[in-house]
Design a protein around this ligand. Structure first.
Ligand SMILES: NC(=O)c1ccc[n+]([C@@H]2O[C@H](COP(=O)([O-])OP(=O)(O)OC[C@H]3O[C@@H](n4cnc5c(N)ncnc54)[C@H](OP(=O)(O)O)[C@@H]3O)[C@@H](O)[C@H]2O)c1
Length: 419
C-alpha cells in the first residue's frame, strides 16, 4: 500500500463533519491539511484565521494538493466543487448524499472521462462501511434486498416517542439540541435523506440509478402518540425503514416508509441515533451492520477511511452497473405491481375510501381522524401518496401477516387503557 506521508489535503467545510475530520486527522500526522474553505468570515473558529480561505478556487487550483474533502452543507456549491475537481482528474471525497444521489450518472461519467476519483462512504450511514462492503464483498454475488434504518435523526425521535412517551415536538427539539437534526428537519423527518441514501445503496447493490419520484416515500412528521401506542399494543415498534429489493419478477422496488418492525427483526433493536443495515445475499445469506449513522467523529472517521483508501488508489467499480452499446447506463426496471399492506391515519375521512384499496378495514372514527388498514397496489399508492399526505396522514407499512382485525383489536386495547 502507498504511504500517506507528505500528502496534502484541502478541506471544504468546517462544520460538524469538517471539524470531525480535522480531529481524526490529528491521529495521522503524515497527512497535512493545506487549507480549509468556509463561507462565513465573521464566525469564531477553533483554529487560527490563516488555516482558512473563503475562495474555493484557492484550493481547487492549488497543484500541491493531493486530494480534497468536500464537506459543506450547500449541495449546489458542493456539486460545483466536485465537478471541477473531477474535470481536472483529481481525487475528492464527499459526504453530501443529496448532491451525489441526484447527480450520480454525471459524476460517474466524469470519473470515466477524466480519470479522477470520487468516494462517498460518509454520505451513507455515517460510520457503517456499507458501500465498501457492497463493492468489495458483494460486487458479484446477487443480492435480494438491502434495507435498514438510514437516518439517525428520525430514529432518535421515534425511539424517544416509543421508550419515553415524549411528544413528537419534544423529541424533535431534543434531537436538534443534540445536533442530530438540522434546524430545518424536513430532509430527515420527511424521509428525503433516507431516500438519497437508499438510492446510493441501490446503485452499488443493484446497479440501478433511480429518480426520486420513482421511490415510494413517506416521513414521520405526522406520527401521533396514538400510532405509537397502537404499534406497542401489537408488540411492534415504528421505524423509518428504507429498502431496495428485487421482487419475484427480478425487478427492483425502492421505498422509504415508516414501518412496524417486530422483535424478530434486527431493526427493532436499532435505537436512538444509530443506523442499521441488513443485507440478504443469495449465497452468503443474511448480514446485519449497525453503527453510528451521524455525528462529528463517526462521520469524520468514514471520511478519513475514504481519504486513506483514495490515496492508496482505491476507486468504486460500480460492479453491477449495466451499460448499453453506446456505453450509456441501462435503467433497471422498477416494479410497481406488488401489493402492500399499510396502516393509515388521516384527518380527512372522506378521502380514504376513494383510494383503490384491494382490501380495507376502517376503524377509529372520530371528529379528528379516521384509521384504516388496507391492501393496495404499489403503483396506486405511489400515485395517491402525495394527495394522501396533504390530508395530514400518517402512513406506515405493515407486514403482510398482520391482519386488519388484529390492528382493530389492538386499537380497542389502546382505547380501553386510555379510558
Ligand atoms: N452532520 C452529520 O452527522 C452528517 C453525517 C453524514 C453526512 N453529512 C453531510 O456532510 C455535509 C456537511 O454537513 P455538516 O453537518 O458538517 O454541516 P454544517 O455543520 O452545517 O457545516 C457546514 C459547513 O459548510 C460550510 N459551507 C456551507 N456553504 C458553503 C459554501 N458555499 N462555501 C464554502 N463553505 C460552505 C459552512 O461554512 P461556515 O462555517 O462558514 O458556515 C460550514 O463550515 C452535508 O452534505 C451533510 O449532509 C453530515
Amino acid at each position: 500500500m502507498k504511504s500517506n506521508s507528505g500528502k496534502r489535503i484541502g478541506i471544504f467545510g468546517f462544520g460538524c463533519v469538517g471539524q470531525g475530520l480535522h480531529d481524526v486527522l490529528q491521529d495521522n500526522p503524515h497527512l497535512h491539511v493545506a487549507k480549509i474553505c468556509v463561507r462565513d468570515k465573521e464566525k469564531l473558529r477553533t483554529l487560527p484565521k490563516h488555516s482558512f480561505t473563503y475562495d474555493p478556487q484557492e484550493l481547487l487550483q492549488d497543484e500541491s494538493i493531493d486530494l480534497f474533502a468536500e464537506l459543506i452543507s450547500d449541495p449546489k456549491e458542493a456539486l460545483q466543487i466536485v465537478r471541477q475537481a473531477l474535470e481536472a482528474g483529481k481525487t475528492i471525497v464527499s459526504a453530501n448524499k443529496k448532491m451525489i444521489s441526484e447527480n450520480l450518472t454525471e459524476l460517474v461519467a466524469l470519473q470515466q472521462e477524466f480519470g479522477g476519483t470520487l468516494l462517498y462512504e460518509a454520505a451513507v450511514c455515517g460510520s457503517i462501511p456499507i458501500l465498501r462492503t457492497l463493492e468489495a464483498y458483494y460486487g458479484n454475488e446477487p443480492l435480494q434486498e438491502v434495507s435498514g434504518i438510514l437516518n439517525g435523526s428520525s430514529n432518535y425521535i421515534l425511539t424517544k416517542l416509543d421508550a419515553e412517551g415524549l411528544s413528537y415536538d419534544e423529541a424533535l427539539a431534543q434531537a436538534q439540541a443534540l445536533g442530530f437534526a438540522e434546524a430545518d428537519p424536513t430532509l430527515d423527518v420527511g424521509g428525503y435523506d433516507a431516500l438519497h441514501k437508499i438510492s446510493l445503496i441501490a446503485a452499488h447493490a443493484f446497479g440501478a440509478v433511480v429518480k426520486p419520484e420513482q421511490v415510494l416515500r413517506s416521513g414521520i412528521q405526522h406520527i401521533s402518540k396514538g400510532d405509537i401506542h397502537l404499534a406497542q399494543a401489537l408488540g411492534a415498534r415504528i421505524r423509518l425503514v428504507a429498502s431496495a429489493r428485487l421482487n419475484k419478477n427480478n425487478n427492483l422496488e425502492l421505498q422509504v416508509l415508516p414501518t412496524l418492525v417486530f422483535p424478530d427483526s434486527e431493526l427493532y433493536y436499532v435505537e436512538a441515533e444509530f443506523n442499521g443495515v441488513q443485507l440478504q445475499a443469495r449465497y452468503a445469506g443474511d448480514q446485519f451492520l449497525k453503527g453510528r449513522g451521524a455525528g462529528s467523529h463517526p462521520t469524520g472517521s468514514a471520511v478519513w477511511a475514504d481519504v486513506s483508501a483514495a490515496l492508496a488508489g482505491y476507486k468504486y467499480s460500480y460492479p453491477k452497473f449495466r451499460y448499453n452499446d453506446e456505453e450509456q447506463l441501462k435503467p433497471v426496471p422498477l416494479e410497481e405491481d406488488d401489493e402492500l399492506k399499510v396502516y393509515v391515519r388521516s384527518t380527512m375521512p372522506e378521502l380514504l375510501p376513494q383510494l383503490p384499496w384491494k382490501e380495507l378495514t376502517t376503524f377509529g372514527y372520530s371528529a379528528k381522524s379516521t384509521q384504516l388498514v388496507g391492501t393496495i397496489n404499489r403503483k396506486d399508492l405511489l400515485q395517491h401518496l402525495p394527495a394522501l399526505k396533504q390530508t395530514i396522514a400518517f402512513v406506515a407499512l405493515l407486514p403482510a401477516q398482520v391482519s386488519g382485525e388484529q390492528v382493530v383489536q389492538a386499537s380497542g386495547a389502546v382505547l380501553e387503557e386510555a379510558a
